[in-house]
Design a protein around this ligand. Sequence first.
Ligand code: GAR
Length: 206
Amino acid sequence: MLKIAVLVSGSGSNLQAIIDNIESGYLNCSIEAVISDKKGVYGIERAKSKDIKTYILDRKQLGSGISGEILRILDGKVDLIVLAGFLSILQGELLQVFKDKIINIHPSLIPSFCGGGMYGIKVHEKAIEYGVKVSGCSVHFVDEGTDSGPIIIQKVVDVCSTDSAKDLQLRVLEQEHIALPEAIKLISEEAIKIEGRKVLAIGKVE
Ligand code: GAR
């Protein structure tokens, strides 16, 4: 069974989607830890209500030391780290020890509306301001850059002319709750491999 840690900074609806998919039997994995970089976030309450071990690492206090703390907590304990709305940037040894074993969900079709400073509602504000006709979400492996690692899954949603950023955010979030469990399942079943920038299905011609 795949052991995972889920890292959150907010409401944790993506964490909830993972929990629900484990409970339904879709995902064969266990959540060994939930880590937040902020006190008082609802994601931590969701984890506690399921008796999952939680850790709060204050990013204001720790600064760039947060990656080292995460490594100290998770080294040797989990197979995969899932960034589910986690807003601190990971760096250093953590990325080497967990090479190709960290995934992130981003609320746009990468490489649009991503990178430094692009998170949460801001992503959707920029998409609407730009006038795109479709947006969506991307699950990707984490590398040294921001939102730059190989893409595992993308889901597309229509953007309507009347959409507010909040409307678009909600429509994209529904797809995030499908995409993130799907990506975890592919990894847990060893169904994908990374070749350069590409994530390929193992044993299938694409
Ligand atoms: C999600 O929309 C996620 O894609 C986004 O934060 C939200 C967290 O929601 N992540 C980023 O913007 C990362 N760049 P949640 O706490 O309800 O899962």
